[in-house]
Write a protein that binds this ligand. Structure first.
Ligand code: GAL
Length: 671
């Protein structure tokens, strides 16, 4: 029994090594079974766990994250803390403890194939780590000396380059050994963060056009495009060389109609306001499978409202998209996620539920603002929220969506897993997406097709071939640093598969007020973590789908979402997503340099610090593949930083980024 053995090791071992050396033997794995607390011990589970930030779920004392008993390799452990990696907990010790001892391993009931590392940092330095662990591995003992420690951080890190790579991580029988006679206790805390960064928010009265520079459409299908423009109004819009079949409303900037012929047309848009006039070019690419030439930008209901979404909330989101100014910066989609579905009628036609009394009227309303409406379904009989899915009704549903005026479909695997239970083939993964993509294409509308199956079977390698324009590469994001950075930085390597009409989707944004409904809370990401989030998504050429309550946008969130130079990186018409060109381990994180080439010959470069101490990061010309003297511009601050040769170096704060554009734009593509 561990109760005996730990007491023994606290007494016998100390006795055998001599108190002066304060050296204690690390217990064996077996000694953790049925453990009782040794003298001077405090269980980790008795420390306030509300500060334990997990990628999903709330950490619970003495239970796995799923509420079941903590179990590893068939052994049930009475003590410990179950969580889901990636996760972290900070504990202030202030000289209270001498040791922290724990068994670590992946819970038997997770089985999501994740590869996780348990790490213990003491005063910012890695003191112990498990190495990679996965389901089925024997647990390991970690034991660290805290005799001089001020604080300790427990972290579970995961590599999410593969969707399967998350799992339930257990700290088993974890306890602090306190200094004899101390009346202090280990106290968990939320880590302090640097104050919000200053973001340049251009509230310029001169007119400026922010629309994507490249837009795709299928000839003969309805076309809708709002010219995104800011400046002191009223603004007046004009377009030269519009393809036949399209017309521009000069007061609203809405281009509508249907292109008659396939082909590429360069249109010159002009916007005139109280403070002058400006022009910019947009290339309209008309032909089959030309949608989403740049990553879709807009809003999706899920991260805010979850299944509490209703038509009024969607309408309000569309209103706020315009009134907040976001539409004027290029955000266009208003996407309804799960929970709009009703039952099917006698003919099998899908009905909306009582929260969406008239989907066609809702679509008309959204379209009247120049915005587009998205919807959600599953190839399975039921969606993830247990609503009616499209299984065996694909053609019928595609027709219904088109009839309503839908412009975007997120098609979520969910219960389709039950249909192909024993078939793990690539063909089984692809089949339902091929069916729905063909069904959508056979309708009289352009519907952007977004695959949601969490990255299974390396979807980025074949998402385009089965008719998708967007595919989720990961499981669901939550509004925590471990979740966001695990997903974001885990995208390395996927960039080869992105390009116009083909976008990796690391999930929707988690800035602003989120909550998966009905109750909302401000994002748990610190301001600099949000900066990292938006920078990384822009570098990744990810869809920018806002996931918060659009009617409650604070200034910082708006500034983050409306920085046109940052959006322009995301929407760059070359469509080349960033790669990670450099990565260095630091005391409790990494520094990473990501870069992507832009259409005008410049490159966008992010210098990221995932650790907690401000760190100098260098992006060398050798790693970036450039030479000579180059101008550098800070995109978030909207500031030219001068010319550099060979290297650009910046001090980057905790969990933050410095985002720059390097190089002089080529004349032809200049802004
Ligand atoms: C999940 C999906 C989420 C959301 C949810 C709806 O599978 O990843 O983004 O759509 O289903 O039930």
């Amino acid at each position: 029994m561990f109760n005996h053995s730990l007491v023994m090791l606290a007494t016998c071992v100390a006795a055998s090594f001599g108190a002066a050396h304060a050296q204690v033997r690390t217990p064996s794995v077996e000694e953790f079974t049925n453990a009782a607390l040794p003298d001077h011990g405090v269980w980790l589970e008795d420390v306030d766990l509300s500060h334990m930030v997990a990628s999903e779920g709330q950490t619970v004392a003495r239970k796995a994250i799923n509420g079941k008993q903590l179990t590893i390799k068939g052994i049930v452990y009475p003590h410990g803390v179950g969580t889901r990696g990636p996760t972290e907990l900070n504990v202030a010790l202030n000289g209270s403890a001498t040791r922290f001892t724990t068994l670590v391993g992946i819970d038997d009931r997770g089985r999501h194939g994740g590869v996780l590392r348990f790490e213990i940092f003491v005063d910012g330095k890695r003191a112990s780590e498990s190495g990679p662990m996965k389901f089925g591995d024997p647990p390991k003992v970690l034991d660290v000396d805290l005799s001089k420690a001020r604080n300790m951080r427990l972290a579970v890190l995961t590599d999410t380059t593969d969707v399967e790579k998350w799992d339930n991580a257990n700290w088993i029988g974890a306890f602090f050994t306190l200094k004899p006679g101390t009346n202090k206790r280990p106290i968990s805390y939320a880590e302090p963060h640097p104050p919000a960064p200053i973001i340049h928010s251009a509230k310029d009265e001169r007119p400026a056009i922010h629309s994507a520079r490249q837009v795709g459409a299928t000839p003969k299908k309805p076309f809708l495009f709002l010219v995104a423009a800011t400046g002191r109004g009223p603004l007046k819009f004009a377009a030269a060389n519009l393809p036949a079949g399209l017309r521009l409303d000069e007061a609203t900037g809405i281009i509508s109609g249907a292109i008659q012929e396939a082909g590429t047309t360069t249109v010159t848009l002009t916007v005139t306001g109280q403070r002058g006039s400006t022009s910019s070019e947009v290339t309209i690419v008309a032909g089959p499978r030309k949608l989403a030439q740049t990553p879709p930008m807009g809003w999706n209901s899920w991260n805010a409202w979850g299944t509490a979404v209703d038509a009024d909330k969607v309408r309000a989101a569309a209103d706020a998209m315009v009134s907040s100014g976001l539409a004027a910066h290029g955000y266009a989609y208003i996407n309804i996620d799960d929970a709009w579905e009703g039952k099917r009628d006698a003919t099998g036609e899908i009905q909306t539920n009582e929260k969406f009394p008239d989907m066609k009227a809702l679509a008309d309303y959204v379209h009247s603002k120049g915005l587009k409406l998205g919807i959600y379904s599953s190839p399975g009989p039921l969606t993830c929220g247990k609503y009616e899915g499209s299984y065996k009704h694909e053609q019928q549903d595609a027709r219904t969506f088109a009839k309503w005026g839908i412009d975007y479909l997120k098609y979520d695997w969910c219960s389709y897993g039950d249909i192909v239970k024993n078939d793990k083939s690539l063909e089984a993964l692809q089949k339902p997406y091929k069916i729905m993509s063909a069904a959508l294409e056979s309708t009289d509308r352009d519907v952007v097709f977004s695959l949601c199956q969490y990255g299974m079977g390396k979807v980025w390698e074949w998402g385009k071939a089965v008719g998708g324009q967007v595919w989720r590469t990961t499981g669901d994001i939550t509004d925590t640093w471990p979740s966001m950075m695990g997903i974001g930085f885990g995208q390395a390597g996927h960039e080869a598969h992105a390009g116009p009409g083909a976008w990796n989707d690391p999930d929707m944004l988690i800035v602003g007020k989120v909550g998966w409904g009905p109750a909302l809370h401000p994002t748990r990401l610190a301001p600099h973590e949000q900066l990292t989030h938006i920078t990384l998504w822009s570098l990744l050429a990810a869809p920018l789908l806002i996931g918060c309550d659009m009617t409650a946008l604070d200034k910082f969130t708006l500034d983050l979402l409306t920085n046109d130079e940052v959006i322009a990186v995301d929407q760059d018409p070359l469509g080349k997503a960033a790669s990670r060109v450099d990565q260095t381990q630091t005391a409790d994180g990494t520094t990473q340099v990501w870069s992507r080439p832009l259409h005008d010959g410049t490159i966008a470069v992010g210098l990221f610090n995932t650790g907690s101490a401000p760190t100098k990061i260098s992006a060398t010309w050798a790693k970036l593949g450039i030479t000579g003297k180059q101008p550098v511009r800070d995109l978030w601050r909207g500031k030219d930083l001068g010319v550099r040769s060979d290297v650009f170096t910046a001090t980057v704060l905790k969990h933050s980024v410095v985002f720059v554009k390097i190089g002089a734009p080529k004349k032809s593509g200049a802004n």
